[in-house]
Design a protein around this ligand. Structure first.
Ligand SMILES: [Zn+2]
Length: 322
């Protein structure tokens, strides 16, 4: 009887101990899951593509916000303080707010220059890099080039690969998976770019006007000529004289389409439509979650392609601004 008791308690002890060790192992595995903070929803979408459930990821800016101007809220600093990796666009896009958030976070893991800080823009073949001296009089320009590269599906693939490499470095156990996911994303996008290009060509649209230079990479990829910008200079709101010159240009060059990023004031386009009723103006989302149904970058590109296609339809679509 006594012996049985001893055996019983020994078994209990051993089992209890094993359960405890197992618990420790599980806790360690859960801790190993990386926490990623991205500046934009587009970058968050790319982290999701590359990492799936292997990481937890959040974005600072909403898809409906102008990413140049985000408030450096204390809640973002708290998020950055807990992050293993901060992914930013770079090229000065977040220069007005990310440094404050990182300073407030006091997290050496994600400090600039560490492995936990990634500026994707440094690895991208940028457009519109300034040559010569740039002054504030030229508007809110980025001397390092246009930072809105995620609007080009192929540069987004490049960005996905850059993110995959950094995740692989921080979490080598899942390196193969990150690289494989980025590769598969690239294959899917390559196929879709061919289809999207064919649809743009079929639409007959060649000239487009936008409000800001947000869509530069999208236009470049799909061979659309961005003949004018409603901002006279980047970051500077349209003036009457500039709007008048754009109206003349629309008439002279028979520009069929204006795409206005949905976080800008649509009254300017209303004025233009009054003067030139033939031109079609669409208010478009230019980031993931820029509209509720835009869940990822592929949705975003598809939506923009549709906006180009519907510019040649006679019916007044719900997309029409104003
Ligand atoms: Zn910009």
């Amino acid at each position: 009887m006594n012996l049985a008791k001893v055996i019983f308690s020994k078994t209990f002890l051993v089992t209890g101990f094993s359960a405890l060790s197992l618990g420790l192992v599980v806790a360690t595995a859960a801790e190993a899951k990386l926490t990623v903070l991205t500046t934009t929803t587009d970058l968050r979408s790319l982290v999701e593509v590359v990492a799936g459930d292997l990481v937890t990821v959040e974005a600072i800016a909403k898809g409906t916000q102008d990413p140049h101007f985000i408030e450096a809220k204390p809640s973002f600093m708290v998020k950055a303080s807990k992050a293993d990796l901060v992914v930013s666009v770079g090229l000065d896009l977040e220069v007005g707010w990310l440094p404050s958030i990182l300073r407030g976070a006091r997290n050496p893991k994600v400090a600039e220059g560490s492995d936990g800080y990634l500026e994707v823009g440094n690895s991208i073949d940028v457009l519109e890099a300034a040559t010569g001296k740039v002054s504030r009089a030229d508007g809110d320009v980025h001397p390092q080039g246009n930072p809105h590269f995620t609007l080009d599906p192929l540069r987004a693939v490049k960005a996905a690969n850059v993110i995959a490499e950094r995740l692989a470095k921080l979490d080598s156990a899942n390196a193969v998976k990150y690289r494989e996911n980025a590769l598969n994303f690239g294959k899917g996008i390559d196929e879709k770019v061919k289809l999207w290009s064919a649809r743009v060509a079929k639409s007959g649209v060649k000239k487009v006007i936008s409000y800001h230079k947000t869509l530069t990479y999208f236009f470049d990829r799909f061979k659309l000529d961005n003949v004018a910008i409603l901002e006279p200079k980047p970051g500077i709101p349209p003036t009457s004289a500039h709007i008048l010159s754009v109206i003349n240009l629309i008439r002279e060059q028979k520009v069929p389409l204006i795409l206005v990023e949905n976080y800008f004031d649509p009254t300017v386009t209303r004025k233009i439509i009054q003067e030139v009723p033939e031109v079609v103006a669409h208010t478009v989302p230019v980031a993931v979650e820029g509209e509720p149904q835009i869940k990822n970058l592929e949705d975003l590109y598809e939506d923009l392609i549709k906006s180009v296609e519907t510019s040649t339809e006679n019916s007044v679509s719900k997309r029409k601004a104003g």
